[in-house]
Design a protein around this ligand. Structure first.
Ligand code: UFG
Length: 335
């Protein structure tokens, strides 16, 4: 199959490219490189010994997007491109709506124009908002609490409406929980610019001495040890879910939202301890106040992914730490 991958040079995009190429699919990457580096695509080529075209472009560049569809005629799209920082979205909501919502409208319009009917969309568990019950199943009410989360919610609705209007259309909305880890080769991984917002890249930078200590954001939650609990899913497992989702999307029509997590959750302190074991030394931390907008616990119900995609996560916490650490060391040595 020929698959257009928007945002293919990003963290999840690059790991998904590897699996698509290994499964024999042809890929075309469309990425603005606003938050990623083109060199990542060279690493993917090195890892897979396969070549593929890439276009430096924004989804808002209508002519370029149409030209890309006309030239490559993809059978399906995996749509990762978008802004993703919760805090930044509060500061710059219009940028988020423009990029994520208008960008997707442009993408769907181009798909419609060029007769491409299949899409897998990179959504997020953040669409659920504060849990009314746990684990979240896909029927849990949607109540996103940041502009970023609302862009994911609106895009889900737009895609769903598109599939209702177009009987040939097929869409899978993958609601990711917390993606972490890196490829076993350590050639690709998460590469945030500046100080990381997320826990695992932050711990990796403490372990390598770039940052002095972890700030544990709250130790008075109603969880096992008082620190926040999340459902961390390995990016290689997550990439495999995209492969399964694209196969499913092209075999049926309609729209389905599917949680992608492990179904278990880990606290901040448990993650820190596991990372200490991987690096073989204690890691400094300080207890700080809660971060505004954080909830105590998030955990996925993963039955739908098993039933529809025959997918479930395979990698454990130890592997998440090991691959993150290997990638962190590679990054430091190649800078
Ligand atoms: N945390 C710390 N210190 C830090 C960073 C995070 O203690 O320096 C804690 C948080 O309080 C939370 C946990 O670690 O309890 C995980 O925080 P992350 O920032 O890594 O992840 P979030 O769960 O807040 O958010 C992530 C993505 C969002 C996405 C959401 C969906 O960043 O884009 O998962 O579940 F929407």
């Amino acid at each position: 199959m020929k698959i257009l991958v928007t945002g293919g040079a990003g963290f999840i995009g690059s790991h998904t490219l590897v699996q698509l190429l290994r499964a024999g699919h042809e890929v075309i990457v469309y990425d603005s490189f606003a938050n990623s580096k083109p060199q990542v695509l060279d690493q993917v080529k090195l890892l897979t010994s396969k070549d593929f075209p890439s276009i430096k472009g924004d989804l808002l560049e209508r002519d370029l997007l149409n030209k890309t569809f006309a030239e490559h005629r993809p059978d399906a799209v995996i749509h990762f491109a978008g802004l993703k920082a919760v805090g930044e979205s509060v500061e710059k909501p219009l940028d988020y709506y423009q990029n994520n919502v208008t960008g997707t409208l442009e993408l769907l319009t181009a798909m419609e124009t060029h007769g491409c009917h299949n899409i897998v969309f990179s959504s997020s568990a953040t669409v659920y908002g504060t849990p009314k019950y746990l684990p979240y199943d896909e029927e849990h009410p949607l109540s996103p609490e940041s502009p970023y989360g609302r862009t994911k919610f609106f895009v889900e609705k737009i895609i769903e409406d598109w599939t209702i209007s177009n009987p040939q259309a097929s869409a899978i909305l993958l609601r990711y929980f917390n993606p972490v880890g890196a490829d076993d080769s350590a050639l690709i991984g998460e590469d945030p610019s500046g100080i990381p917002n997320n826990l695992v890249p932050y711990i990796a930078q403490v372990a390598s001495g770039v940052l002095p200590h972890l700030q544990v954001l709250g130790d008075d939650y109603e969880t096992r040890d008082g620190t926040g609990e999340r459902d961390y899913v390995h990016v290689v497992d997550l990439a495999a879910a995209h492969l399964a989702a694209i196969n499913y999307a092209t075999s049926q029509t309609g729209c389905d939202a599917i949680n992608i997590g492990t179904g278990t959750s880990i606290t901040v302190m448990e993650f820190l301890k596991a990372f200490e074991k991987t690096v073989g030394k204690p890691l400094p931390y300080k207890i700080k106040p809660r971060r505004s907008g954080d909830v105590a616990k998030m955990e996925a119900k993963v039955d739908k992914a098993k039933a529809l995609l025959q997918w479930e996560s395979e990698r454990n916490l130890e592997n998440m730490c090991e691959t993150t650490w290997r990638w962190q060391r590679y990054k430091m040595s190649s800078n």
